[in-house]
Design a binder for this molecule. Structure first.
Ligand code: AMP
Ligand code: MG
Length: 310
């Protein structure tokens, strides 16, 4: 699964700090979810760092196996519309966060757009907008209000035929959180996990008060702003890398639930939040509601800062 959860890496540059005292900087990376996952951490014991990173990547791979829409046998892909299904604890946590964010954003972030993302991928290949009938059929099979998530029983019911989840807008942030937790548990609280463009940071590097992160949205050469962060997450979404151009119009990989097509507004939204899960869901929702409303919506539902560029 190399093309998993949306491959947008709206460059967030991480500036490594220099270690002080006996603490060293360790760096590990692995391809996952169609992008590169990186762990940077500080500590004293190289063996322990390696072991913790193996654990963390293991968690990432486990989430991929659960939630990828590129793996036919993932837990997500095995859900059958009409059949209430009890899911694994990790999937339950991801679904709970997803449906919470769907409700809060009134479906700007919609975890049930599987049929439409499938169409979007076809559009990207063929460079032809879908036939109106095909589009209407896919739209009819989407809608977060037609999926029943039961938190008490960890059961999901997709009510309409053809329904399929797509958690590509939240899974990388969620995974960064879980990998960070694994690093912390392994004794490395001074860690930054980069899941492509989704960053989850813990305590700052030794001798520093923060991690320095470049927010790179439209300018691929240099970050537009460098922010100093610790114990939080940052995620960026937009149409910089993933889009298809048809008859002079640019359709982003972010789908407008109102039209079923890719968004055409040129916008990038970076969200800083206490967790990667929140930041990732809100950057996508921010692009859907648009430049004028993204900040207010993000701040209302858990972001500590929202940067909008258009
Ligand atoms: P991100 O890069 O976090 O904005 O995630 C983009 C990915 O999320 C897309 O490639 C789709 O798989 C999925 N997606 C697209 N539009 C939406 C939407 N409105 N709500 C939820 N997921 C979406
Ligand atoms: Mg997102």
């Amino acid at each position: 699964m190399m093309k998993g959860f949306g491959t947008l890496i709206l460059g967030l540059l991480l500036f490594a700090a220099t270690a002080q005292a006996e603490e060293q900087r360790f760096h590990f990376e692995r391809p996952l979810m169609g992008t590169l996952f990186q762990i940077t951490c500080y500590g004293e014991d190289p063996e322990a760092a390696k072991k913790a990173s193996e654990e963390a990547f293991g968690v990432g791979e486990e989430i991929n196996k659960i939630a990828s829409d590129y793996l036919a046998d993932s837990e997500l892909m095995k859900l059958k519309p009409g059949d209430p299904t009890k899911v694994s604890p990790l999937f339950a946590e991801l679904l709970d966060a997803s449906f919470t964010k769907a409700r809060e954003t009134e479906g700007a972030f919609d975890p049930t757009l599987g049929p439409l993302t499938k169409l979007w991928r076809e559009t990207r290949k063929t460079r032809k907008l879908p036939d109106p009938e095909v589009l209407a059929k896919a739209r009819a099979a989407c809608g977060w209000q037609d999926a029943e998530w039961n938190r008490e029983t960890s059961t999901i019911l997709l009510k309409k035929p053809g329904m399929q989840l797509d958690l590509g807008a939240i899974a990388k942030g969620f995974t960064a959180d879980k990998m960070f937790e694994a690093m912390k548990k392994g004794g490395f609280p001074k860690t930054c996990v980069a899941a492509g463009g989704d960053l989850r940071m813990g305590d700052p590097p030794p001798g520093r008060t923060a991690w320095r992160v470049g927010l790179q949205t439209f300018d691929l050469e240099k970050p537009e702003e460098v922010v100093e962060l610790a114990n939080c997450a940052v995620s960026t979404s937009g149409d910089l890398h993933q889009f298809v151009e048809i008859e002079g119009k640019r359709y982003s990989h972010i789908i407008d639930p109102k039209t079923g097509l890719g968004m055409t507004e040129h916008v990038a939204v970076s969200v800083i939040a206490p967790s990667g899960t929140i930041a990732d869901a809100l950057d996508t929702a921010g692009c859907v509601v648009g430049a004028d409303k993204a900040e207010a919506m993000g701040l209302k539902f858990g972001a500590t800062r929202v940067v909008v560029r258009k």
